[in-house]
Design a protein around this ligand. Sequence first.
Ligand SMILES: [Zn+2]
Ligand SMILES: [Zn+2]
Ligand SMILES: [Zn+2]
Length: 479
Amino acid sequence: MTPVPDVPAARLSDPVAVRDMADRLNRPDFDRWAARTRATGGCAQPVHLRGHVEYRDKLTGVLLRRFSSGTEPGGTLRVACKTRRASRCPACAETYRADTYQLVRAGLSGGKGVPDTVAEHPAAFVTLTAPSFGPVHTRREKNGKAQPCRPRRDAGTCSHGRPVSCTARHTADDPRLGQPICPDCFDYRAAVLWNAHAPELWRRFTLAVRRQIAKAGGLRVGELRAHLTLSFAKVAEYQRRGLVHFHAVLRLDGPGGPIAPPPAWATYDLLADAVRHAATAVTARTPQSNDVPAHTLTWGEQLDIRPITATGTLTDRAVAGYIAKYATKAAESTGTVDRRIRATDDVNTLPVTDHARRLITACLDLAAVEELAGLRLDQWAHMLGFRGHFSTKSRRYSTTLGRLRADRCAHNEREHHATTGRLPFDDDGVLITTHWNYVGQGLTPGEALLTAALTGRPLPPLDSRHARSPVGRPGPDRR
Ligand SMILES: [Zn+2]
Ligand SMILES: [Zn+2]
Ligand SMILES: [Zn+2]
C-alpha cells in the first residue's frame, strides 16, 4: 500500500477538494492511480485516453500481449499534456524547460550526439528587440539603485492633457511597468502589426546575416553553404509592454553543421559585424489598405551581441539556462490571457490589464481589415498579434526535443519492464497496433492535491480552470 502522501496544508481548507481526495485515496485502485500519476511526471492536466495496444506475431498473427485502458482506474489511460506553458502545467513546462536547456547546451558545449569540438566554434548570444511605439513606464538601475522613470523638466503635457514626465522610481514589481505613460499616445495598431511581422523580420534577419557573411568571405550567397553553416536556436520573450523580442544563439559551423569547424576567416568578430549590419538593414512592410496605412517595420535600436565562451563572462551554461527559462513563458507575463479570444468573449470584461485590453482590441479591429486578413489577428489576439513559434532552431543546431522525449520514453519503458518483469518488445517480428480515443483532460480538485503531493510538483493556481472534472468521468470505477 502506498503511504498516504503529504498534502500542502493551505490547500486543505477547501472541503470539496478534501472530500474528493479522501474518495480517491480510499478506492481499491489507488496504488495503480498513484503509479500512473508518477508516470505522467505530475502533469496538472493529463490527457485521458480510452483504447488499447496489441502486439502480434507478424508471421502467425498470434496475439502476444494486449494492453487495454480498461484495466486502468476510471477505464482511461492518463498521459502527460506536454505543454511548454508554466501557466497551464508547471510539471510539463519544467520538463520542457529542462529539455530546452539540454538542447541549447549541447549546441554550445557538445553532448547528445553533438561533438565536443563545437565549443570552439564562434558563437554569439544576440537579443533583438522591438522599436518604441510610445513611452512606457520603465525601471532603470544605476549601481543597484532605481532611477527616475522618465524625468522631463518643464515638459508639460501631451495632446491628451497627460504629463509626459514620470519621476517615480518604480520597484521591480510595480504593475505600472511596461504600461504606456499615455495610452492614447501609444500606437497600438503599429505595435500588434510589429508582433505579427516579428517572425518575418527574424527570417529576413537570418538571410541578411548569411548574405553579409558571404560578402565578407568574398563568396556569393549561393556558395556559402559549401563553406559554412549558420546554426541558431532562438526563443521569443514578451516584454512587459506587450512586444516580442528574441534571444538567440548564433553559431558558425563547417559545411556539414557542428561536426566540422567553419573556415578560419569566419571568426566571432565577423559574425558580430554581420549581425549588427543585418539587424539595422532589414525591414518588413505591412499591406496597404484604405483604413490602415502601410507600416515599414524594423528592429528596435536596442541590440545586444555578446560572445559565448566556456569560461568567459557569458558561459554556455548561463545562455542555455536563460533561453530555457523563457521557453516556458508565453504572453501571460504581459497581463493577457493564455487562450484564444472567442467570439462570445466580451473584451471589456476579460481579466487582463488595460494595456493588454487595448492591444487585444487593436488585433480584433485590424482583423476586420481585408488586406490584413492573412495575419489572422483575431486568432492570435491573445498573443497580441504574434503567431510565431516560441522556440525554434535551425536544422543543424543540435539534437531535437523529439529525440530527447524519445530517449526519456525508452528509459521509462525499461524501468516499467524492470518493475513488472515483462520483456520489452523490440523484435522486428512483432506487429504493434494501437487504437486510442481522446475522452477528456484534467484532474479533479482532490486529484490535483494528490498529484502535487505524490510528485513534489507545484500545483497550478487554485482558481485555475484545470481544477475541474475531466470529461468522461465518473468512470466505471466510480460507485
Ligand atoms: Zn502536463
Ligand atoms: Zn513611470
Ligand atoms: Zn497622450
